[in-house]
Design a protein around this ligand. Structure first.
Ligand code: BG6
Length: 255
């Protein structure tokens, strides 16, 4: 705390919480766009929170991305983690395997000495096939866990960056631009007012599954994500945002 006060970060946390109307904000020093270690600090802060807020037997749904991968990288065992089950939030969403939620879940769970379940369903399925797969007893049971977790941990991306990273077809990228998408989370794209303008069809958690009962932790830093963070928070204020000074200052300067 004294370190935070010295750097003025607690004032920044309060301002950001007020501006975004989020109950709790944690701001870490520096900017993850510029310093790669900042993402690991975001990861470490997230692990502390998980350790203090999870109860034995809880299920945690985890999204993909490089930020979530750095949470997995920093993970350490904790008494409560040994009875936690980690599950992926949604399908692969076209990401490289290293940053897909299945991969992150398995690494996180191994390092935490926790339990995990993986979702082996391809991304590119016809609606019909997806619907019938979801009725398979093993998948159905897993989806029930995924869609009703105790905690959700996810990142936020800048819309165009995410669409390009996922090798989205050019026509779809153009459509996102036309819709003025600025933010992405869980495969959903949002405009600056937090309206969903596109949703990737994939198995797993759907945003409207989320109720007040889940603790939703958003981990996103870097000034480049400021607009995306603000837009997503208009859709659904998360319970807790873990971010960095770069993003926090940029959100406060913007709009
Ligand atoms: C995706 C998540 O995999 O990663 C999204 O599903 C998030 O929720 C994105 O927007 C962020 O990626 P990164 O690499 O910037 O952490």
């Amino acid at each position: 705390e004294s370190m935070k006060a010295a750097f003025g970060l607690s004032a920044l946390e309060q301002k950001l919480a007020d501006k975004l109307q989020i109950p709790e904000v944690i701001v870490l020093a520096d900017d993850s766009d510029e310093q790669s270690w900042v993402k690991r600090e975001l990861g470490r802060a997230c692990i502390d929170i998980m350790g203090s807020r999870l109860a034995p037997g809880d299920v945690v749904a985890v999204a993909g991305g490089t930020t979530l991968a750095s949470i997995a990288e920093m993970m350490v065992p904790n008494d409560v983690f040994s009875s936690i089950t980690f599950v992926p939030a949604r399908g692969g969403l076209g990401e490289d395997v290293e940053i897909q939620s299945n991969t992150i879940v398995s690494q996180m769970a191994k390092r935490a000495r926790a339990n995990y379940r993986l979702l082996h369903v391809p991304d590119q399925l016809s609606e019909e096939t997806r619907d019938s797969l979801q009725l398979e007893p093993g998948i159905k049971e897993l989806l029930e866990l995924i869609r009703r977790p105790r905690m959700v941990v996810h990142g936020i991306g800048e819309a165009e960056t995410m669409a390009l990273r996922r090798r989205t077809e050019e026509t779809a990228v153009d459509e996102l631009k036309k819709q003025e998408a600025v933010a992405e989370a869980f495969g959903y794209y949002f405009d600056k007012d937090g309206r969903i303008v596109h949703k990737e069809q994939t198995t797993g958690l759907q945003l409207d599954d989320l109720t007040e009962e889940q603790t939703v932790i958003t981990v996103a830093g870097g000034a480049s994500k400021a607009e995306a963070i603000a837009a997503y928070m208009r859709y659904r204020p998360s319970d807790l945002l873990i971010t960095d000074e770069g993003a926090a200052q940029a959100v406060l300067n913007y709009a």
